[in-house]
Write a new protein. Structure first.
Length: 282
């Protein structure tokens, strides 16, 4: 009888060990996971430079782990950022914060900062510059206006300076009642939006490409064709000219009286005493 009980006890002992191991694997492991997660925090960072207005994808993201606390507003899961638009530039390695991305329910599709506006204008006579433009470049905005069809009545003025380009469509787009022209979308303030809107409605808008390091703004006045030609004449006449003075006519010196003239005057008293005129001559 005792020999039959011993194998049963051994089997029960082994089963107890197996059940204990399974319990710790399933239950104790889950209980320790939160503590391990709190010890090593993970968050999203940019795997490469993300430009403003770019739609973020999984290729732009990577997860980093650190024992330090996660940065403020840092996102933890790729699904939280995938498909959103960056409202500001995010350098590579910088945490992906919720404040740097447009909300799924907002209207930040182009990454327009708060207080700014995006306005589209048709671009005239700037096909070469349009071919060079890319989002983020800086331009000056010129308006060409003519009061009549006469070319000499045309005037030009730089109405805005150092304006950022959000988007450029080099393909001419038709518009009702207007010629088909390339369209540029510019990032401006509300006041600048009024200026650009009026210029686009009544004048021809031209874009001038700037050096991105040049931040200087110079007040401009309008320039007409007549003023252009006048200013050109002034520039040409500004070259100093040296006037050559003509020498004054030199009167020949009075000839010295000869001996013959002296003898003649002595022989003729009238030559020495000329006749008197007037009452005295009577």
């Amino acid at each position: 009888m005792k020999k039959n009980v011993t194998p049963i006890l051994l089997i029960a002992f082994v089963m107890a060990i197996v059940c204990t191991a399974v319990f710790y694997t399933l239950v104790a492991g889950k209980l320790g996971a939160p503590a391990q997660a709190s010890a090593t925090a993970g968050w999203l960072v940019a795997s490469r430079d993300i430009a403003r207005g770019t739609t973020v994808s999984a290729l732009d993201l990577k997860t980093v782990s650190s024992p330090d606390p996660a940065p403020e507003e840092a996102l933890r899961l790729p699904s939280q950022a995938d498909g959103l638009t960056a409202v500001s530039d995010i350098p590579a390695g910088e945490p992906i914060r919720s404040s740097r991305l447009a909300s799924r329910h907002g209207a930040g599709g182009l990454g327009i900062p708060s207080g700014m506006r995006a306005i589209s204008v048709q671009v005239h006579d700037s096909s070469g510059v349009v071919g060079l433009l890319k989002p983020g470049m800086r331009v000056d905005v010129q308006a060409v206006y003519s009061r009549s069809s006469a070319p000499q009545d045309a005037e030009i003025r730089t109405v805005l300076e150092n304006i950022e380009v959000l988007k450029i469509n080099p393909v001419a787009e038709p518009a009702p009642g207007r010629p088909a022209l390339p369209v540029a979308t510019l990032l401006v303030t509300p006041a600048e939006a009024d200026t650009v809107g009026l210029a686009d409605a009544v004048a021809r808008v031209r874009l001038v490409l700037r050096n991105p390091l040049d931040q200087e703004k110079v007040p401009r006045t309008s320039l007409g064709v007549s003023g252009l030609m006048r200013n050109g004449a002034v520039v040409l006449s500004a070259t100093p000219r040296i006037a050559l003075a003509r020498p004054a006519a030199i009167a020949p010196p009075n000839p010295a009286p000869s001996a013959l003239s002296l003898a003649t005057n002595a022989a003729d008293p009238a030559a020495c005493n000329p006749p008197k005129t007037g009452a005295s001559s009577q």
